[in-house]
Each structure stands twice: as C-alpha cells, then as structure tokens.
Design a protein around this ligand. Structure first.
Ligand code: PMP
Length: 415
C-alpha cells in the first residue's frame, strides 16, 4: 500500500502540471529547466497564494485594528510558525525574515560579528563557499583585523576534515560553511563539523548556509546544533525577495540590531530608544508579507510531496545524468563527492562553458554557465568556469536525454 502511495506521489507527469512554466516553450522547444540551483520554479499553489493575498487581504501588518490587517498579520505569523516547524527550531522567536541567504549572512556579520570579533580572532570558511559566504567575512576581518582561514577541498570536491581540525584553534570564533555546495553538489558533514567546532570551543558560533540544502533534504537545526542556519525562499519553490535567518534565541537576544526604524523598537523618544524583543528587533520596516505567505505555501507544497520522496527522485536524476555525461569524451565532471545533491558541474576540453550554454538554450535547455559565485573554487580547480545542470524533482529522464543529445550536438559544432 505504502509503495503504491509513493509511486502515485511520484507520478512526475502529474507533478509537472503543478508548475505552469514547465508547459511553456523556449526558443520554440519545450522548456527544459536545469537551473534549479539558481532558482526553482513555482507551483500553482504558491502563485495562487500570492494572488490571493493581493486580491483579498493586502494590508500592512502588526498595526491594523481592521480585519484584513489582522488577517495579513496572522498569515505572516503563521508563515513563521510553519518555518519553525519545518526546520525544528525551538520557537518562532528564532525565525527572522530577511531578503534571502545573502542578507541573513550580512545580518550575522554586522550584528554578531562586529560585536564579538576582535583583533587576532579567527573565522573559518571553506574553499567551496558561495561569494555570499566569503565577502561579508572578508569585510568583517578587514574591519576588525581578524584572520580568515579557509578549509581546502580535495580533488573530489569534498572538504578535507583533517585540515579543518588543524585550522581550529583557541582563537576560532566563527565557523561558517555551506551545507551543500551550489557548484559541486557536495553534501558536507555539517553535524560533524559543528561538533568539532564546539569541542574545540563551545563558544564558537557556527553558521550553516543552507541555501542549497533546504529544498533537497530534511533539516533539523536542533539536531544539527547550528547556532545560525540561513536559506532563501526562491530556491525552495517560494517567491523571491524573502529568506530566513534561524538563530539560537540566546544569541539573538544578545545581538544588537542590524537595521533600525519602525517595528523593531519598543519605545522611542528623543532621549533614547529601546528595542523590541526578538525576532522583531531584526525586522525593521514593513516586512515582505507577500513573500512570507508564498513561502508558507511553498513549504506546504514540499510537505505534500515529502522531502524523502523529493530526494529519492533527485538522486535518480543525478545518477542517470552523471552516467550519461561521463560517457562523453573530453567531458570532466567537477565534483565527485561520495555524498552529493542533484547538481552537476562539468567542463569540456577546449570549449568555453558560455558557448555551450548558449547552444543548449537554442534547444530549450536552461543551464547555468560560469563561476556560479564561487570564483575561489574555480581557482582551486584551475578552471575558467563550468556548465552546471541542477535538477529538481519535477525534471525527468526524458529531459536529460534531450539535454545529452543537445550537448553532444553543441560539442560537435563548437569543436
Ligand atoms: N549560498 C549558496 C550556497 C547559494 O547557492 C546561494 C545562491 N546561489 C547563496 C548563498 C545566495 O543566495 P541568495 O542570492 O538567495 O541570497
């Protein structure tokens, strides 16, 4: 019975009907969308939730005494509650809405970082980080004369854990790493990484960039023991312009505000201002209510399919595409970690990734080309960029077949 149920859930043809964009054409061909790591497509339930909000209860929140404002406020709070449950945070107070992963990391660096990092302190990141998890730390280190240390990546695209252990010292104050690499697909052993940081010094703050993990696998922040966990709605079938900073309440309570203005205050006078309690202390100004509503709808959608089912389907697509790509002469997959999500980066001998991407677009296949905001990783592998195909559960093996044919044709023409 369970098997039948799972098979039914995995009727990909049915699932695809939930995503109107998958029925469109691109350059006269059916759109084959393999750029899910950049942003995912949106199901009808998310699109409808956004439309319903604007059609029926658009109002500013937290200050209205009238019905639609109360309804909008409730929807905003319900979204927080949903996210709290989804990542198993201990309270809604630990969920802060941001513009996305990038703003969440900037919030941590400007608030926690400026307060807690001092000259000579050390911050550990890795060679596979997205620029969003590099540049804010560089800026902080420059401001505070702190030291940025980088965990190397091996030839398979995995973190060298022994090197990480060597980097941990009594000056380590922060460790900030991605859960899954957006370029290599590597799933990092974050639970072990957090444990090692805490064993070295329980006061070290560990930040996990979950931008590429939250849509692929169950995340339990309490089980992981992360101090902060950040992600973006738009990569998890929700709208753009909103994301989440999860932080342990005991840390958030001690942190100064990141932005100031309305909503984040408790009392304002010209003699001084007192701040609101968390999470509102970190949510200055009118929040993205529409985004919160859409993000809740996206999580509802994910839950209706099941993250376990999603990862099973995506793993199958990854295995199938990897096998087909590895058969192509002159093609090298960059990132062959044992534990990998449905992201494949590759180069083709003598060919420019951009040219391949343009040719694939002519066949309706959307892939990403270039540095993927991970320039230091490209330097590590001594390459100028890759072609990246990233799959979601709504993709199919038939689409991969079309992609492989188009890729072979592109290679033939460009060679
Ligand atoms: N970290 C990782 C691993 C990512 O893949 C991305 C998006 N490509 C980001 C951070 C930044 O996310 P956003 O642009 O949504 O802020």
């Amino acid at each position: 019975m369970q098997e039948i149920l799972e098979k039914k859930i995995f009727d990909v043809d049915e699932i695809r009907k939930d995503f109107p964009i998958l029925e469109t054409l691109s350059n006269g061909r059916p759109l084959i969308y393999f750029d899910n790591a950049a942003t995912s497509q949106k199901p009808n339930s998310v699109i409808n939730a956004l439309s319903d909000y604007y059609r029926n209860y658009n109002a500013n929140i937290h200050r209205g005494v009238y019905s639609i404002s109360i309804k909008a406020s409730e929807a905003y709070e319900n979204a927080k509650n949903k996210i709290k449950e989804f990542i198993n945070a201990s309270s809604e107070r630990e969920i802060i809405f941001t513009r996305g992963t990038t703003e969440a990391i900037n919030l941590i660096t400007y608030s926690y970082g400026l307060e807690n990092i001092h000259e000579g302190d050390e911050i550990i990141i890795s060679e596979m980080e997205h620029h969003a998890n590099i540049v804010p730390w560089q800026v902080l280190c420059q401001k505070k004369k702190a030291v940025l240390k980088v965990i190397p990546v091996n030839n398979n695209g995995e973190l060298v854990i022994e090197e990480y252990q060597n980097l941990l010292s009594k000056r380590t104050r922060i460790v900030s790493l991605c859960h899954i690499s957006n370029t290599l697909g590597t799933i990092n052993p974050v639970k072990e990484i957090i444990k090692l940081a805490k064993l070295n010094n329980p006061e070290t703050a560990v930040i996990i960039d979950g931008a590429q993990a939250i849509q692929h696998m169950p995340v339990d922040v309490m089980e992981l023991g992360a101090d902060f966990y950040v992600f973006s709605s738009h990569k998890m079938y929700g709208p753009m312009g909103i994301g989440v900073l999860y932080g342990k309440a005991e840390l958030l309570e001690k942190m100064p505000p990141y932005q100031t203005g309305g909503d984040m205050i408790s009392r304002v006078s010209f003699n001084g201002t007192s701040y609101n309690d968390i999470p509102m202390k970190f949510e200055a100004g009118t929040p993205n209510v529409e985004g919160a509503v859409g993000m809740k709808a996206a999580i509802d959608y994910i839950e209706s399919i099941g993250l376990k089912n999603i990862s099973t389907a995506e793993n199958e697509l990854l295995a199938y595409a990897s096998e087909k790509l590895n058969e192509i002469e002159g093609l090298s997959v960059i990132g062959n970690a044992k534990n990998k999500a449905s992201v494949i980066s590759f180069t083709v001998n003598g060919l420019n990734a951009f040219d391949i991407g343009v040719m694939l677009d002519g066949s309706g296949v959307a892939v990403r080309t270039g540095l993927h905001c991970t320039e230091p990783l490209m330097d590590r592998f001594k390459i100028a960029g890759t072609v990246r195909a990233s799959f979601a559960f709504y993709n199919t093996k038939d689409e991969i077949d079309v992609f492989i044919i188009a890729l072979k044709k592109a290679i033939e023409i460009l060679s």
